[in-house]
Each structure stands twice: as structure tokens, then as C-alpha cells.
Design a protein around this ligand. Structure first.
Ligand code: FCB
Length: 444
């Protein structure tokens, strides 16, 4: 048995991620509740329903599970439509529930990261055109002020907007119209992206004015793109374009104040310097080639590498080296990096153990180049409502039986617990939980 161990730095953040609409249950006042009631929008017509029943208090048991399995941090989000159910009403009871949850994390010695917007918009905002409306960034700022004032005692790490790039893509560009409002409109997509940048910048300054020692960062969806044939200049060019639009546009704007997106550009000077850490959600990547038939996606055709193992519904290819490449690329922003999401849908825990250790191994490699990765949040703590894919994808360390609300302890729970506890990946852990990758992780 090899004796090697990959150690992580002291104070490394080990956690899992969740999002309000996906776990709380009984959210009926937002754009996703609306979407769930439209025909043919969600897989099998499913709904979030009770979800993981957090609003009824089950977050307590789930936080206990996280704590008992040695996680020292948790990323969660608050639901705007609960806190501001109508434009002129603030719901203090909802804020009390979130205060209770954050106090719960603090009692368990876990560091909270709070996302202020994770895909869901209040219905009243949605009806006014959501993020297409130029007034939305200021409305978001008012909401953020209210939340941070109420919760500052228990949290100092904030993420204003989760995956602005996917929110824009799935809601305003995707031909299948995966997310509400299901538009396919380049002009609208550009306006939405610009307003999300403005909303982020306003939120950043608002939070800092309330809480001087706050850390405010991003959580951008990143995919590793590589040309299908490295010698092909056309493929290289398209890969650069796809990369610039999906991975770089939001983060670049926070660095230099210019949004370049969908062949357009606009100045948003107030965004410069409004990030204290680069949060990235990494799941997978694609090989990019040229397709004359796909002008909507910059003439790109994307495919998973042929030899990469696929997740249960074929949504994710296991490509851990891509995570290393994304961390390497993110050095350009000269900020600490946090992996704010990473995981795989896998009801039977067939691929997850391997996926988990191989991705963490890449994080460890990056840290050994002295790149400043400060934490890792696995997606997710427990199976939850996966947007337009409904309940068909199971990302949890713990499984969920929706009807009985029972949690199912997958082997990955104990794998991740061992890593969090030791702050390291040892050969022993890998041999026990993912023996199939011993030869590649410990080739000696
Ligand atoms: C990300 C979302 C998250 C979850 C995972 C699987 O794009 O941020 O809510 O759905 O994908």
C-alpha cells in the first residue's frame, strides 16, 4: 500500500452547497414556482414541492449530518420572494428563519457562505421583466441591504449572484428554453447579463458599507473547453470565443469594467474591483469543433471526450484535469479562488467516489503550484430539486426519499468525511472508496 498523502493547507474550507428553491420546499411566490406550473417545462412535470423540507425545519438534521461528517463550512442561499413577498413588504419572519439557520451553522462551528440570488426571482419582479428591467439592479441592492443588515451577525462571506452566466444562457439564449422566461433573444440576453453585473456591483458596495470586513465574491459556472483537434486553427478560434462568452465575460467585467458578451460590448465602470474572491462552479468540459449549422452558439459543436466516464443521465463527463485548467486560468484575476460547486448526479454512487477524489486531487495539485485555492463546496449535501431536470438528477452526498423525507447515506458521505477530517487525501482513503483510481493517483 502506498504511503503517500496529499495534504491541504490549514484552515481549508470543506463544505457542501445548497440553494433555497432547491431545498426549502413550499416556495410558491417565485419564477420557478410559475415555471413548474407551465406545461412541458420540467422533466415529467415534476415540482420542487416539499423539496428537502428545510422550511419546515429539516435543515437542522442536515446541518447535523454535515457537522458530524467533519464539514467546516456550508454554502446556502436565501429566497428573495420570501423576504420581500411584494415590492412594498418585508417579511421579518422569513429573515428570522434565516437568522436561525445561520446561528445553527455558527453553533456547529461551520463557516457560512450565503448566496443572495440563486436563480429564483420573486414573482412580482418576474412580472416586471426580471433582470431585463433596468430598475432591477437597484431593487436587488435594496434587498441585499435588508438581508445583510439582518444576518451580518452570523455571516461575513457573501455571494451576490450565483452563475449569472448560466442564468442568462438558460433563460434567454437556450433554444429549448430551459429556465424561465424561456426566451431566445440575443438583445435580451445582453441586457440581462449587463444588469446582473450592475446588480453584483451595487450589492458588493452595499455589503461593504454595512460590514467592513465582509468578503464578497462570485460563483460563476465554468466549463473547460478544448479544441477537438489541437492542430486545427478554426477550432482553436471557436474554442476561444465560447470560452470568452461563457467563462470569462462576467469575471472580466469585474476586473476591467467592460462587458464583452455575444459580440457586443458596453462599459460598466462601477464593476471594477467588486470581487474579493473568484468562486467557480466546475462540473465538466467539452471538446469544441466547427458546425455551420449552429450560428446561435458561435458555430460551435460540443462533445464530451470519448473516453471520459459519464454520469447517470449523461449530463456530466468526468474530466478532473479541466478543474485544474480552470484554476490555472483564474490566476489572471489575482484573487483567492474558491470552488463553490463541484459534483456529479449519481443515484447509485457509482461514479461519485472517483469523481470526488480525482477532482480534489486536482485542487491539491493547483495548491502545490502555490495558487490560492481556499475552499471546496461539494454540490450537494443532499439530493434536491434540479431545476428543469426536476428530480431526475441526484447530486447529494446523501440521497433523498422525497415521499418519506428519509436521507440515504451514500458511500461518498464517508469518503468525503474522511478527507475533511484528515484535511488530506490519503492512499488509504482512495484504496477504500475509489480503488479503481489507485493506479493513476498513486502511480509509484
Ligand atoms: C449549477 C447550479 C446548482 C445545481 C448544479 C447541479 O448550475 O448552480 O443550483 O443545479 O448546477
Amino acid at each position: 500500500m502506498p504511503q503517500a498523502t496529499f495534504h491541504f493547507p490549514a484552515g481549508f474550507l470543506w463544505g457542501a452547497g445548497t440553494a433555497a428553491h432547491q431545498v426549502e420546499g413550499s416556495n410558491t411566490n417565485n419564477n420557478w414556482a410559475y415555471w413548474e406550473n407551465q406545461p412541458n417545462r420540467i422533466h415529467n412535470g415534476e415540482k420542487a414541492g416539499r423539496a428537502c423540507d428545510w422550511w419546515a425545519g429539516r435543515w437542522r438534521d442536515d446541518f447535523d449530518r454535515a457537522k458530524e461528517t467533519h464539514q467546516n463550512a456550508h454554502r446556502m442561499s436565501v429566497e428573495w420572494s420570501r423576504i420581500q413577498p411584494t415590492p412594498d413588504r418585508w417579511n421579518e419572519d422569513a429573515l428570522d428563519v434565516y437568522r436561525e439557520m445561520l446561528r445553527g451553522l455558527s453553533h456547529r462551528g461551520m463557516t457560512p457562505f450565503v448566496t443572495l440570488h440563486h436563480f429564483s426571482d420573486p414573482l412580482w419582479l418576474f412580472e416586471r421583466g426580471g433582470w431585463e428591467n433596468a430598475e432591477t439592479p437597484a431593487l436587488f441592492e435594496a434587498f441585499v441591504r435588508r438581508v445583510v443588515e439582518a444576518l451580518r451577525e452570523f455571516c461575513k462571506d457573501w455571494i451576490p449572484i450565483n452563475e449569472p452566466n448560466l442564468y442568462t444562457y438558460f433563460g434567454y439564449l437556450d433554444r429549448k428554453g430551459a429556465f424561465p422566461p424561456g426566451k431566445n433573444d440575443l438583445g435580451a440576453a445582453f441586457r440581462v447579463m449587463a444588469n446582473l453585473v450592475r446588480g453584483h456591483a451595487l450589492a458588493y458596495r452595499a455589503i461593504k458599507s454595512i460590514q467592513r470586513d465582509a468578503q464578497v465574491g462570485t460563483s460563476v459556472h465554468v466549463r473547460y473547453f478544448a479544441p477537438a483537434h489541437t492542430w486545427n486553427p478554426l477550432e482553436k478560434m471557436i474554442t476561444r470565443q465560447v470560452w470568452a462568452n461563457l467563462n470569462a465575460s462576467f469575471l472580466d467585467t469585474l476586473a476591467d469594467g467592460r462587458l464583452r458578451f455575444l459580440m457586443k460590448s458596453t462599459r460598466i465602470a462601477e464593476a471594477i474591483g467588486t470581487s474579493d474572491f473568484t468562486g467557480m462552479n466546475y462540473y465538466t468540459g467539452d471538446l469544441v469543433s466547427f458546425s455551420l449549422f449552429n450560428p446561435g452558439e458561435l458555430f460551435s459543436k460540443r462533445a464530451f471526450p470519448k473516453d471520459a466516464p459519464l454520469s447517470e443521465t449523461g449530463f456530466i463527463a468526468n474530466w478532473p484535469a479541466g478543474l485544474f485548467q480552470m484554476i490555472k486560468w483564474a490566476r489572471r484575476y489575482k484573487l483567492p479562488v474558491i470552488i463553490t460547486e463541484n459534483g456529479v448526479e449519481d443515484p447509485n454512487d457509482r461514479l461519485r467516489p472517483r469523481y470526488l477524489v480525482e477532482h480534489l486531487h486536482q485542487v491539491w495539485r493547483a495548491i502545490n503550484f502555490n495558487w490560492p485555492v481556499k475552499g471546496y463546496f461539494h454540490w450537494s449535501l443532499v439530493d434536491n430539486f434540479e431545476w428543469e431536470r426536476g428530480w431526475s438528477q441526484r447530486f447529494g452526498l446523501w440521497g433523498l426519499d422525497l415521499a418519506s423525507q428519509a436521507r440515504i447515506r451514500r458511500p461518498s458521505v464517508d469518503l468525503y468525511a474522511a478527507i475533511c477530517k484528515q484535511n488530506a487525501i490519503s492512499a488509504e482513503i482512495v484504496a477504500k472508496y475509489a480503488p479503481e483510481v489507485m493506479g493513476t493517483m498513486f502511480p509509484g
